[in-house]
Design a protein around this ligand. Sequence first.
Ligand SMILES: [Mg+2]
Ligand SMILES: [Zn+2]
Length: 193
Amino acid sequence: MPATTAPVVFLDRDGVINRDSDQYIKCWAEFEFLPGSLEALARLTAAGLHLVVVTNQSAVGRGLIGLEGLEEIHRRMTRAVEAAGGRLLDILFCPHRPDAGCDCRKPATGMIVEACRRHGLDPARAVMVGDRAKDIRCGRDAGCRGTVLVGTEGRSSVWAELARWGIVPDRVAPDLDAACDWIIDCLTAPDQP
Ligand SMILES: [Mg+2]
Ligand SMILES: [Zn+2]
């Protein structure tokens, strides 16, 4: 079986890997890994899972950060993940503003569709992890086997939005590290007949 058919974890970035900010993450100095996230990425990698980051970065479309700046953040993030023993297969981002009507900004599924096309991945062998309702909806609409909501303690608006859409995540966890066992089980269990 070619390596590209290995199961995959689609990861939102802000609020899952690093601390989110209302002011956007505009440079590496503002990028702070969440506790346990580097270790979690290393564990998922060691379990044989591909890791693909899919992140809405409207800060680009808003003119708050340039593409070079965003790519610099992603280069440094990738290096830190590798230094901790993890590996990112790819990082896809939507640079558009929410009102642009693009098909890549989550909850639209464009980034997952593109990652699957690029790397020969199968959404039915994927889990989507995010901290917002739009991440869960994106994973669900893309046909992911599982969806995991993390870091929502004290953020009832996320649950209100999920209720409005009539969807529930398959798993809820305080953070990525706490979700690792479930993700690995979900993706290494035998395929459904
Ligand atoms: Mg997020
Ligand atoms: Zn977009």
